[in-house]
Design a protein around this ligand. Structure first.
Ligand code: NAD
Length: 284
């Protein structure tokens, strides 16, 4: 029997709703005399990075978060960039900031992340915040894993005891997501698959939830998915200028829930960034 049409996991719509809620939170902070403010640091002129930063600014404008837009030349020296980060760490009017990655060649992204004050690290990627996640302690969650958890919860997709296959062990998505979903209280059984895994399909076929963050076009094919499973495409790649998801088109015919082909985690990821900012503003 064919599975009924998969439910679309509409992250864009959910992000719109969250921005509405955050607008009210920002108004409450302003009523207490706090103007929430975020800074973005963009080094060089990579067009993709510039467009990611522009979308963050547009979301801030909608919510009522002030923005400090720092643009630095690709030729900046590491110690000059570290000085910019130190100044933002010390600036009490800035509640959180992010250095847009990847950085131009010659600049060490990990070293720059480590220089950000952990309570202003709204990306949740500082080793202290990742360490807190690993230790099950409260901290700032990395944005894309937090976005995926928010999406799963918003659609009441059962997580406790669920078999989850995560594809990709990157520091931004797969690895912290595996830690998050296997935490006590969330209680998923997680398998983290990667480029060294022997047989992807053997694991994905028994999974209740598949989350692909590999960035390989059409990696997850219909015969790799258990009927009724929830399938989340995070990875994107470009083939002849067209954006292609990790999830092949036919998967929608077997999945129970599925993200749309253009992805649906990006807008939610930005919403998590700004949620982290508002929480940082409230704490500081
Ligand atoms: P990454 O390069 O760090 O990780 C990619 C992972 O894919 C690696 O761990 C690798 O082991 C795995 N992989 C590669 N080939 C594989 C194969 N054949 N089988 C199984 N696993 C394989 O990348 P990342 O920073 O973690 O990002 C992953 C993807 O998610 C990228 O496409 C990125 O563009 C996308 N992304 C989207 C968002 C969003 O908000 N929508 C946010 C972050 C990243």
């Amino acid at each position: 029997m064919p599975h009924p049409q998969a439910i679309l996991l509409d992250g864009d719509q959910l992000a719109e709703r969250l921005r509405g809620e955050m607008k009210a939170d920002a108004a409450q902070l302003k009523a207490r005399g706090i103007q929430p403010k975020m800074a973005t640091v963009l080094v060089g002129d990579d067009p993709a990075s510039a467009s990611y930063v522009a979308r963050k600014h547009a979301d801030c404008a909608q919510i009522g978060i002030a923005v400090e837009d720092m643009r630095l030349p690709a030729t900046i020296a590491a110690d000059e960039l570290l000085a910019v980060i130190a100044a933002l760490n010390a600036d009490a009017s800035v509640h959180g900031f992010m250095v847009q990655l990847p950085l131009p060649a010659g600049l060490d992204g990990a070293a720059m992340l480590e220089a950000v004050r952990p309570d202003k690290d709204i990306d949740g990627l500082h080793p202290i915040n990742l360490g807190r996640l690993l230790g099950g302690q409260p901290g700032i969650l990395p944005c894309t894993p937090a976005a995926i958890l928010t999406l799963l919860r918003a659609y009441d997709i059962p997580l406790a005891g669920a078999e989850v296959a995560i594809i990709g062990r990157g520091n931004l998505v797969g690895r912290p997501l595996a830690v998050l979903l296997s935490q006590r209280g969330i209680d998923a059984t997680v398998t983290l698959l990667h480029s060294g895994s022997r047989d992807l399909a053997a694991t994905t076929r028994r999974a209740d939830i598949i989350i692909s963050a590999a960035g390989l076009p059409n990696l997850i094919k219909t015969d790799m998915v258990k009927p009724g499973a929830a399938v989340i495409g995070v990875g994107i790649s470009y083939v002849d200028g067209a954006m292609i998801s990790d999830i092949a088109a036919g998967v929608a015919n077997v999945a129970g829930w599925i993200t749309p082909p253009h992805g649906s985690v990006g807008a939610l990821t930005r919403a998590m960034l700004l949620k982290n900012l508002l929480q940082a503003a409230a704490r500081q």
